[in-house]
Write a protein that binds this ligand. Structure first.
Ligand SMILES: Nc1nc2c(ncn2[C@@H]2O[C@H](COP(=O)(O)OP(=O)(O)OP(=O)(O)O)[C@@H](O)[C@H]2O)c(=O)[nH]1
Ligand SMILES: [Mg+2]
Length: 287
């Protein structure tokens, strides 16, 4: 019975998300401060951030395979420990008809290194505000250091493009068996990012990958979830733990499918609320 519910719930969620349109979760009539035509042209933008190798690109692929079938894996994953993503990549969801826009876009980003320095922090805000165009190399090294020095801690005040082009929700990916995420320095660094995202009305949804590397002990799983929530500040209902659907696997466990789909649904709802609150702010600022 429980299994039947699980299958049914997963199927319903999948159907709902496959032809998702921006605004459909909260209800288009709730976007009362939208400009004329704005919602028709809106796509919820989700940025995937996290340390290198955390499973960001695999997560994008997992979502695509779960929604559109196992041959659909658009992102490039790391192979044999070499660094994976270096370009900012945009992946747009499919639409119900040819004339429509897909309802959401994922930004797959270059992983942060452990020290999560100022240049990387600056890079985060440039991605967040839609300043790095899709397909651009996310640079590191001297150029990035200069950019960071120039912007300093004011990176979050960079000039911003229209609401539709900014990131609306962040998926922060943490590897369940990566003990480094408990480190104080990472916590401290993250604190600033968290405050800024908060101020911008961008919610962080926490995606804990590599769930297959944990023991099945309930307490261990709870412990990892609690630690991840301490780092990102996500509430319990916005913290998800699962294993990605990896290239070599023919099938993907339905319990993982449900978690991933629920996470996507939660993230899209947060993204819609962020769009709405920015539209309200825009209206107030123009008064
Ligand atoms: N066992 C297991 N392996 C995973 C999981 N998710 C990702 N991996 C593996 O972890 C490695 C890194 O995954 P990626 O998705 O490329 O990581 P990334 O965060 O995109 O890395 P960068 O782009 O370099 O920042 C790959 O070899 C994946 O196959 C998971 O849930 N379980
Ligand atoms: Mg990647």
């Amino acid at each position: 019975m429980a299994c039947k519910n699980l299958q049914g719930e997963t199927r319903d969620l999948k159907d709902k998300l496959k032809n998702y349109k921006a605004g459909s979760i909260e209800g288009l009539n709730t976007f009362t401060d939208a400009l004329e035509g704005e919602m028709e042209g809106m796509q919820i933008r989700l940025a995937v951030f996290g340390m290198t190798g955390a499973g960001k690109s695999s997560l994008v692929n997992t979502i695509w395979k779960t929604l559109y079938g196992k041959e659909s894996a658009p992102a490039i994953e790391q192979s044999s420990g070499a660094e994976g993503t270096q370009l900012l990549e945009d992946f747009t969801s499919r639409a119900g008809t040819q004339n429509e826009l897909g309802g959401f876009v994922f930004n797959d980003t270059r992983g942060f290194n452990f020290d999560f320095n100022n240049a990387e922090e600056n890079e985060l805000f440039r991605v967040l505000y839609g300043i790095v165009p899709a397909g651009q190399l996310i640079e590191r090294g001297e150029w990035a250091d200069q950019m960071a020095e120039h912007a300093g801690q004011a990176a979050h005040r960079l000039e911003k493009p229209p609401v539709a082009d900014q990131v609306h929700v962040v998926l922060w990916v943490i590897k369940a068996n990566d003990i480094r995420f408990e480190n104080d320095q990472y916590m401290h660094k993250f604190d600033f990012v968290r405050q800024m995202l908060n101020k911008e009305g961008v919610t962080i949804v926490t995606a804990i990958t590599h769930g297959d590397k944990l023991s099945e002990d309930e307490d261990d799983i709870k412990d990892v979830k609690t630690k991840a929530m301490e780092v990102t500040g996500s509430m319990k209902g916005r913290t998800f733990i699962f294993a990605n659907w990896l290239g070599e696997d023919e099938e993907y466990d339905v319990t993982h499918q449900r978690v991933v789909l629920k996470m996507l649904h939660t993230a899209l709802a947060c993204g819609e609320r962020s769009v709405r609150s920015r539209q309200v702010q825009r209206k107030l600022a123009n008064k």
